[in-house]
Design a protein around this ligand. Structure first.
Ligand SMILES: C[S@@+](CC[C@H](N)C(=O)[O-])C[C@H]1O[C@@H](n2cnc3c(N)ncnc32)[C@H](O)[C@@H]1O
Length: 248
């Protein structure tokens, strides 16, 4: 029997495994499956201190598709995610523009490895204090910091004439106390509700929009509904003689 523990002190657990090999398997299982990296839902008492909720491609693909169809942006344009987490949002952009140059800023150092795998340059710092490179912005910041991130994005657009996109709840824009905020140029309203963020189940509670800033402010805000993206299923070719797995 081997007693193993997670190296992460916040998610420490002990398991009994019959052999050293099994123990390794148990550690992987313990870290990725048994011990959640984040609380199971956003209403938990133990809410993640930095609000790490990975952006599902279900939510980010409509933004990328809209940008590809409605702007002249391409892989040569640099981008910044100032609240980058593990880089899920960046990864979705890379599906469309694989060669793009991405900066990622993240306050929580535990995301370093994952982020390095998708971003070209990373900064582990508080994005609200750090200097931002002259790049377009795509962000899904903690909602409790939305006012500050949005204002920073608007200031960045004014300085550099770049695009900005921020994921927000729909109701965010209705509040009277936010009338002073810079108005989005485009609201891309998701016509569906996500059921979770990464491994966090939330239930379909909220309606969301991508609030977009054009490089130059538009005279009016355009509201557009975007449909749920179709699932892309990649299946291996059927082996000879095997029965078809596809539904008729
Ligand atoms: C909702 S998650 C989004 C993560 C990522 N953008 C994605 O697409 O999966 C918000 C992220 O912002 C990070 N964060 C929170 N406050 C921050 C700050 N002041 N500066 C930089 N990152 C911050 C959190 O640690 C978390 O990883």
């Amino acid at each position: 029997m081997h007693c193993v523990s997670s190296p992460d002190s916040t998610s420490r657990c002990f398991l009994l495994a019959p052999s050293a090999r099994d123990a390794v398997g148990f550690v992987c299982l313990a870290i990725s499956d048994i011990v959640p990296r984040v609380p199971p839902n956003r209403y938990s008492k133990d809410r993640h201190p930095h609000d790490f909720y990975p952006t599902p491609s279900l939510c980010s693909r409509p933004l990328v598709e809209w940008l590809a169809a409605n702007t002249s942006l391409d892989a040569s344009d640099p981008w910044l995610d100032p609240a980058a987490g593990d880089g899920d949002l960046i990864a979705t952009f890379r599906e469309r523009w694989p060669g793009g140059f991405w900066y990622g800023i993240e306050i929580d150092r535990s995301h370093r490895r994952s982020l390095e795998a998708v971003a070209n340059r990373i900064l582990l710092a508080d994005a609200l204090e750090a200097e931002w490179p002259a790049a377009n912005i795509a962000a899904n910041p903690p909602f409790k910091l939305l006012d500050r991130f949005w204002s920073r994005m608007a200031e960045h657009r004014r300085t550099h004439g770049v695009w900005g996109a921020c994921f927000t709840p729909v109701g965010y824009w209705q509040a009277q106390r936010r009338v002073h905020l810079v108005r989005p140029d485009v609201l891309l309203a998701l016509a569906y509700r996500p059921r979770g963020f990464g491994n966090i189940r939330t239930g379909p509670f909220q309606d969301y929009v991508w609030a977009v800033l054009r490089p130059t402010p538009a005279r009016e805000t355009v509201w557009t509904r975007v449909e749920r993206p179709a699932l892309t299923l990649v299946s291996p070719p059927p082996s000879r003689g095997a029965r078809s797995q596809t539904r008729g």
